[in-house]
Design a protein around this ligand. Structure first.
Ligand code: FES
Length: 103
């Protein structure tokens, strides 16, 4: 498991970018106390989604206002058509982990 941050590091309605060693950047979302983790880099361009805005259960990319569903990574608004990777989240004693992309 890959440790990302503590639950208190991400306030409700906020997004935290985490750069784990030897891994692509990740975005940790807190949606009303439920944590989700996706890749941080938009699939449409080199934008960092953690610099975008949460709109309901979507994240809006800061570059061209494309959207993704935070819980699934599925594209939800043009010009985004390719899903971002979403990671199952494991929380133990307030520490947020995911299974890394390479296993
Ligand atoms: S880079 Fe994200 S919508 Fe274009």
């Amino acid at each position: 498991m890959l440790y990302l941050c503590r639950t208190e590091d991400v306030a409700v309605g906020e997004i935290l970018r985490v750069d784990p060693p030897d891994h692509v950047p990740l975005a940790v979302f807190n949606l009303d106390g439920v944590f989700h983790v996706t890749d941080d880099t938009c699939t449409h361009g080199e934008a960092s989604l953690s610099e975008g805005e949460i709109d309901g259960d979507l994240v809006e990319c800061p570059f061209h206002a494309g959207c993704f569903e935070i819980a699934t990574g599925l594209p939800a608004g043009a010009p985004c058509t390719v899903a971002i990777k979403s990671y199952p989240v494991v929380i133990e004693d307030g520490a947020i982990h995911v299974k890394p992309a390479d296993g």
